[in-house]
Design a protein around this ligand. Structure first.
Ligand code: HEM
Length: 495
């Protein structure tokens, strides 16, 4: 496979002209280009070739450049992709040299990135825990971690079991299902909606907005604005009437978050958690169904489900590439000249597959947690235990309810959609012996305050997906339509 290359960077009028023509081709004399790769061609991390087989792109870059390579993002924006495991660890762990603070980003400070650039919601500076280092980061991270732990202590697994069972009830009679659209895409959203505290008043377009923003493209900026508006309303309401949810806990936390900080951290949890956890659930289900080693091991008790989840976090991490770090000064790193303000991207999938630490990619990792999937250092993922709980509890419930579950298509018929940042399974069609749908069980006991918000959050989330599907005018299978109708009926209390 050949890799697309370009000698572009993004620069003023040329970038605008390129954007009008559907491509971004700034002039070769652009200073952004000269800074990267000492004049070498930049390899595109977007477009059909990179999306078709991102790992092939990483291996080609590794062979050519070693631990770090010059690449180009959508719109011709230059960056360094960190490929080596050790190099990723070093970049993630040394904020004095590689900061998370996007105000160091030279292409942005020198005016080459427009305020509504699709990269801004992902990479641009925001007043949140991701964007700071040092003392301010510690203050915000303490609030995020302590509030997430509070949710965890109040029973993530109990919520996951309940929502997973409700989702399975929706298709258990059919004998067939698509585990991506009918299970993996719903489960994290239900749990995270419950966590954040979304209520009736927030519009059903929220989920559409999250998916659209994560997918990038022209509407990413507008969708980010929509998410922010919705969470701003939630924050204002919880200031007046607290409930048992993350929005209220952020407001009450002793670190004194202001309203902007509260809403930015709610946004962060939803956006970071939703897609990555959906990918992890889908990937783990695929592995359990297709890899005879794991199927046999699970049945024989040799490998636990949490082990299988860690294996996926090594082999198929939910985020392929993590944005972003910025060099705080000119420096030499992994044999390359890095200039102050250069952007570096953590190559999570590339680092996990580094032959220096994994000479045999087929060897099982036996629950080893030293992969890069949740990153390392001061910004290591705060929600990783919640993501693990959603995944292993959700998959466990599914395997227990449908023990004869098997793939309904050949493994080589499965397809993926990839962007620069992640790669997600399109569908996972399965068959199983149909079962009668159980009579709806009463909800497990929950803390009084949370019981008041929980059903509306779940119903809201499901209606949101329903509305998204209708608004998008996408063709959907009869199975999926029937599934959504039965689920919404379930939450409305219909048998
Ligand atoms: C499988 C699912 C998930 C994956 C693979 C994942 C991965 C990551 C990664 C790679 C980072 C960036 C670290 C860096 O810049 O070095 C991160 C940060 C973060 N994640 Fe996750 N994440 C997942 C789920 C979640 C969930 C469910 C939540 C919340 C409930 C969450 C909350 C956060 C927060 C708050 C940060 C920012 C931490 C900081 O900057 O100090 N994540 N995550």
């Amino acid at each position: 496979m050949s890799t697309s290359t370009s000698t572009s960077g993004r620069s003023g009028a040329a970038a605008e002209a390129g954007a009008e023509a559907g491509t971004a081709v700034p002039p070769p004399e652009c200073p952004a280009h000269a800074a990267f790769g000492q004049g070498a061609a930049l390899t595109a991390l977007y477009g059909p070739e990179a999306q078709h087989d991102p790992r092939a792109v990483y291996e080609k870059l590794r062979a050519e450049h070693g631990g770090i390579a010059p690449v180009e993002l959508e719109g011709g924006v230059p960056a360094w992709l960190v490929l080596g495991y050790r190099e990723n660890m070093e970049v993630a762990r040394t904020p004095m040299r590689f900061t998370r603070d996007a105000r160091f980003w030279r292409d942005w400070t020198e005016g080459r990135i427009a305020a509504d650039d699709p990269l801004i919601p992902l990479i641009g500076w925001r007043p949140d825990v991701v964007s700071y280092d040092g003392e301010e980061h510690q203050r915000l991270r303490a609030a995020v971690n302590e509030c997430l732990t509070r949710f965890d202590r109040h029973g993530t697994r109990r919520h996951v079991q309940r929502y997973a069972n409700q989702l399975i009830d929706g298709f258990v009679q059919d004998g067939t299902a698509d585990l991506v659209s009918q299970f993996a895409a719903y489960l994290p959203m239900l749990v995270l909606s419950r966590l954040v505290g979304l209520g009736e008043e927030h519009g059903p377009k929220l989920v559409e907005a999250i998916v659209g923003m994560v997918n990038g493209g022209e509407e990413a900026y507008a969708r980010n604005q929509y998410i922010i508006g919705t969470l701003r309303s939630l924050t204002e309401e919880r200031r007046k009437v607290p409930a048992h949810d993350l929005a209220s806990w952020f407001i009450q936390h002793h670190s004194g978050l202001n309203d902007e900080e509260v809403l930015n951290h709610l946004r962060l949890v939803i956006v970071l958690g939703y897609e990555a956890t959906t990918n992890l659930v889908s990937n783990t289900l695929r592995m359990v169904l297709t890899d005879p080693r794991f199927r046999a091991s699970l049945a024989g008790g040799l490998m636990t489900l949490p082990d299988a989840v860690e294996q996926m976090l090594w082999d198929d991490p939910p985020l392929l590439v993590c944005p972003a770090r910025f060099a705080t000064h000119d420096l030499q790193f992994a044999g390359k000249e890095i200039r102050e303000g250069d952007m570096l991207l953590l190559g999570i999938a590339a680092g996990n597959a580094d032959p220096q630490i994994r000479p045999n990619l087929g060897a099982p990792m036996h629950g080893n947690r030293s992969h890069l999937a949740f990153s390392r250092g001061p910004h290591e993922c705060s929600g990783q235990e919640i993501a693990r709980a959603i995944t292993d509890t959700g998959v466990d419930v599914l395997l227990n309810r449908l023990p004869d579950l098997h793939l309904a298509v050949r493994e080589d018929q499965l397809t993926w959609t990839a962007s620069t940042w992640s790669r997600r399974l399109d569908a996972l069609p399965v068959r199983f012996a149909p079962q009668r749908r159980p009579v709806q069980q009463p909800a497990p006991a929950a803390p009084a305050a949370s019981a008041a918000v929980e059903p509306s959050a779940a119903k809201h989330a499901l209606e949101a997906l329903e509305a998204v599907a209708e608004a998008g005018g996408q063709a959907r299978t009869d199975t999926r339509r029937g599934f959504r109708a039965s689920l919404i009926g379930l939450f409305r209390g219909r048998p």
